[in-house]
Design a protein around this ligand. Structure first.
Ligand code: IPM
Ligand code: MN
Length: 345
C-alpha cells in the first residue's frame, strides 16, 4: 500500500547502546512484516561511539537528521556506574539536544496495563512537555567545591510552550475518552504552576467536550498506583512527566512495555520514536530485552507517518503479545517476541 502511495518513508535509525540495537532490529522486523516500506539510514551515535571518537552529535549529523521523515532510536547511555562518560554528556549532548533542536515539544507515552500488573486494564496516555521546564539547562554553580558552593537550576515555562503542549493534550483527549488531568505542583511552584493552570483553563474553553481534572504530582503518584484505570490523558511538565511515566511503566507491567513518541506536531522536522527504557548494558546480547516497547514506539512512528492502518495492526499485535507473554510460562527471547508480533500481523 505504501509503495502505491509513493516513495518509502525515510527513517534515520539510531540503535545506540546496550540493548538499543537489538530492540530496534525487532521493531524494524515488525514494520516490514506490516508491509510498510522504509528507506532506513543507520546512524552510529551513543556512548560507545563517544568513547571511540569523542563525538556526541556533530552539527552536520544533526543537519542530516533534519532531512528525514522520522527517527527511530533504541537507547543511549553508558553502563550504569561507568565513569568513562561523565553524567549528562550523552543526555544533554544527544537525546535532549535532539528534542530541543528538532523542537520535539510533545513526549507522548501511552500505557495499557498488562494482565497481572496492578494497572491491568488501564488505558491512559501521558503528554509530557518535552522542551522546557528544568530540562533547559538554566542555572549554574558558583564557588564549586567550597563550603560556600551555590547551585541553581531553574525551570523555564513559556506561555507558548505550555499552551502548545496543553492544546495537543486536549486534542488527544477529545479523540479518546474525553478526559484530561493536569498534573503539577501549583501549591508550591506558584509561578510556573500558575502559568500552567491558567493556560490549561484558557485552552479548555476551546474543548467543551473534554472533562478536566487537576492533581498535585505527589497525589497523582498515589492515584496512579491505586486507581490507574481512572485516567484517560494526563498532561504535565517535563520533569514531572519523566518521573510519572517511569512510575506508570512499572504500574502497567514494566518499563519493557513503555513506548514513547517525541513529536513535533507542527511538522517543522522529523519526530523521534524510542522506548522509554534505557540501554540496560547488563542484559545486552543475552536475548532478555523485551522489544515490545520499541515495537510499539515504531507503531507510533507509523501512525505519525500516516500509515494509520499498519500502526493500528502493530499496536494491536503488541498488546495481544503482551497479554500472552504474561499468561504463559513459555521462555521467550528478544527475537522470538519480535517474530511472534510479526506473526500476528
Ligand atoms: C527519558 C529519559 C531521559 C529524560 C534522560 C535519558 C535524559 O529518562 O526519556 O525519560 O530524562 O527525559
Ligand atoms: Mn525518564
Amino acid at each position: 500500500m505504501t509503495e502505491a502511495m509513493g516513495s518509502p518513508h525515510r527513517v534515520a535509525v539510531i540503535g545506540g547502546d546496550g540493548i538499543g540495537p537489538e530492540v530496534v532490529a525487532e521493531a524494524l522486523k515488525v514494520v516490514a512484516a506490516a508491509g510498510v516500506k522504509l528507506d532506513t539510514s543507520a546512524y552510529d551515535l551513543g556512548a560507545d561511539r563517544y568513547l571511540r571518537t569523542g563525538e556526541v552529535l556533530a552539527d552536520d549529523v544533526l543537519d542530516e537528521l533534519r532531512g528525514f521523515d522520522a527517527i527511530l532510536l533504541g537507547a543511549i547511555g553508558p553502563p550504569i556506574g561507568s565513569t568513562a562518560v561523565p553524567s549528562g554528556v550523552m543526555e544533554r549532548g544527544l537525546l535532549l539536544r535532539l528534542r530541543f533542536e528538532l523542537d520535539l515539544y510533545i513526549n507522548l507515552r501511552p500505557f495499557n496495563g498488562a494482565p497481572g500488573s496492578i494497572g491491568a486494564g488501564a488505558d491512559f496516555a501521558v503528554v509530557r512537555e518535552n522542551t522546557e521546564g528544568p530540562y533547559v539547562g538554566e542555572g549554574g554553580a558558583l564557588r564549586r567545591g567550597t563550603a560556600f558552593e551555590v547551585a541553581t537550576q531553574g525551570s523555564v515555562n513559556t506561555r507558548h510552550g505550555v499552551e502548545r503542549c496543553v492544546r495537543y493534550a486536549f486534542e488527544l483527549a477529545r479523540g479518546r475518552r474525553g478526559h484530561l488531568t493536569l498534573v503539577h505542583k501549583t501549591n508550591v511552584l506558584t509561578f510556573s504552576g500558575d502559568l500552567w493552570q491558567r493556560t490549561f483553563h484558557d485552552v479548555s474553553l476551546d474543548f467543551p467536550s473534554v472533562g478536566t481534572g487537576y492533581q498535585h504530582v505527589d497525589a497523582a503518584c498515589i492515584f496512579l498506583v491505586e486507581r490507574p484505570g481512572t485516567y484517560d490523558v494526563i498532561v504535565t511538565d517535563n520533569l514531572f512527566g519523566d518521573i510519572l511515566t517511569d512510575l506508570a511503566g512499572a504500574v502497567a507491567g514494566g518499563i519493557g512495555l513503555a513506548a514513547s513518541a517525541n513529536l513535533n506536531p507542527a511538522l517543522t522536522g522529523p519526530s523521534l520514536f524510542e522506548p522509554v527504557h534505557g540501554a540496560a548494558h547488563d542484559i545486552a546480547g543475552t536475548g532478555k530485552a523485551n522489544p515490545l516497547a520499541a515495537i510499539r514506539s515504531a507503531a507510533m512512528m507509523l501512525e505519525h507517518l500516516g500509515e494509520t492502518e499498519a500502526a493500528e495492526r502493530v499496536t494491536a499485535a503488541v498488546l495481544a503479545e503482551q497479554t500472552d507473554m504474561v499468561g504463559s510460562d513459555e521462555p521467550w527471547s528478544t527475537a522470538s517476541v519480535g517474530d511472534a508480533v510479526a506473526g500476528r500481523l
